[in-house]
Design a protein around this ligand. Structure first.
Ligand code: SF4
Length: 457
């Protein structure tokens, strides 16, 4: 399908081919689903809302609910104020959420709708004890990661308070645009370290909620409103990922003086070590729990047993910056060469961080932010790699070039169960290791002659 991609790389500024990102409201919608009893609301046309819901539903294989201001020609010309007022009234009347999280779209941003003013003017339509929060998510800048970050900042702006004495909250944890399975694992690590931590947004038990046989409009999971309210009284905010989580941590710092602890998403042994050690310091414990030490030991054992498979293997890695950065570090710790690192989300700090991590250990390094899969394919055509790591969209390059693909990131549309199992923590690193090893060995088996076809690896 992509066999015709040319080798010659011509610099492009105004054209993206096969983008390595999606639009801001998808990230905002995902973040909003991480609040308990929250209905995301798309302030724009029905088409945008359908696309965002469908994209999330295809990845999580759970129905994603969201409402829309349903812009037609009239709203597109005169603004969507009356549509939004009507929507707020209808949503609380019919669906009765605790929170409505409004995000804008390209259309409402281009019109220039002032959403905070519209919400202020609709106060009489918001029932007592209910909340309407909002974020600006124009999709012609940034990516779904920017939208996630903007909605998380919106949670802080609209809900966080200082001196909420009712809730014991010492540490906020903002997990970033990761899977429900990752959040569940982060919560387990936090429990093991005995830290009174509040996680938001939290999509575990929302987008991976169990089948009970009963219709439950709002699943059990999601961060409680009180949790987010109490975030202004915390000692520190641990933000995982500088693109998706740090802006909300900074907002809490500016508003309420909450200390910011900025870490990578704990993917791979080094990032998990840093996460554990920082939380250990915050908890006041001297040594990590025995269970965690054992998990780490098992990971090191597996890395040692299989290291010969990875040494010097060239990898093309693409996806969301907060996932690509720790994965680059992990690949280096395995002795692999992450020669191509690419994200669709714009930001110089991605390029700087990858260069800092790789230092002089990857002589052939090519790294680009705000780039597309067409460019990644051209790099690969010019000099092959042994493995591609990235989301489902990488399968076209994988097929065209005959290079195995390890599915990693968002979205995974063509394989099951990805959101259920964590990539984070020591257990997550073992899972990634298994996937990388299997991909390399499957290719080796497929290409082996009869004499080289080994039963035992
Ligand atoms: S119009 Fe904008 S907000 Fe709507 S789907 Fe397209 S990029 Fe996303």
């Amino acid at each position: 399908m992509l066999e015709a991609t040319p080798k010659e790389i011509i610099p492009r500024k105004a054209l993206r081919i096969n983008p390595a990102k999606t639009c801001q409201p998808i990230g905002a919608m995902y973040a909003a689903l991480g609040i308990h009893r929250c209905l995301p609301h798309s302030h724009g046309s029905q088409g945008c809302a359908s696309y965002h819901r469908m994209h999330l539903t295809r990845h999580f294989r759970d129905p994603v609910m969201a409402s829309t201001s349903s812009f037609t020609e009239g709203a597109s010309v005169f603004g969507g104020s009356s549509n939004l007022r009507q929507a707020i009234k209808n949503i609380f009347h019919i669906y009765n959420p605790d929170v409505v999280a409004i995000h804008t779209t390209c259309l409402s941003e281009t019109i220039g709708d002032d959403v905070p003013s519209i919400i202020r003017s609709a106060q009489e339509l918001i029932p007592e004890g209910k909340h309407v929060i909002h974020a600006n998510t124009p999709s012609y800048v940034g990516s779904h990661i920017t939208g996630f970050a903007n909605m998380t900042v919106g949670m802080v702006r609209c809900l966080a308070k200082k001196n909420n004495a009712d809730i014991s909250c010492r540490i906020n944890i903002i997990p970033g645009f990761v899977e429900p399975g990752d959040i569940r694992e982060i919560k387990r690590l936090v429990r093991l370290l005995e830290i009174p931590g509040n996680i938001f947004p939290d999509t575990s038990d929302v987008l991976d909620s169990p089948m009970t046989g009963r219709l439950n409009f709002y699943p059990e999971g999601g961060a409680r409103v009180e949790t987010i309210e109490a975030s202004g009284s915390a000692e520190a905010t641990v933000s995982l990922g500088s693109f998706s989580s740090l802006p909300a941590a900074l907002e809490l710092n500016v508003r309420y003086g909450v200390e910011v602890v900025s870490l990578k998403v704990p993917i791979g042994i080094e990032a998990t070590d840093r996460f554990v050690m920082r939380l250990l310091a915050l908890s006041g414990r001297k040594t990590p729990p025995v269970e965690l030490a054992k998990e780490r030991g098992r990971l090191v054992d597996l890395m040692t047993d299989t290291c010969y498979q990875y040494q010097g293997k060239r990898v093309a890695l693409f996806g969301d910056p907060d996932l690509v950065i720790p994965m680059t570090e992990f690949l280096l710790s395995l002795g692999m060469q992450p020669v191509y690192c690419l994200t669709g989300t714009p930001g110089r700090k991605f390029v700087e961080e990858i260069k800092r991590i790789c230092d002089r250990r990857v002589p052939d390094l090519r790294v680009e932010a705000g780039a597309d899969l067409f460019l990644l394919h051209q790099w690969i055509k010019n000099e092959k790699v042994d493995l591609i790591i990235g989301n489902t969209y990488g399968k076209y390059i994988s097929k065209a070039e005959g290079i195995p693909l390890v599915r990693y990131g968002f979205p995974i549309l063509d394989r099951i169960a990805y959101p259920y199992f964590p990539n984070v923590g020591y257990g997550g690193a073992m899972r990634l290791l298994e996937k990388i090893s299997t991909a390399l060995l499957d290719k080796q088996d497929a290409e082996a002659s009869d004499e080289q076809f080994e039963l035992v690896m």
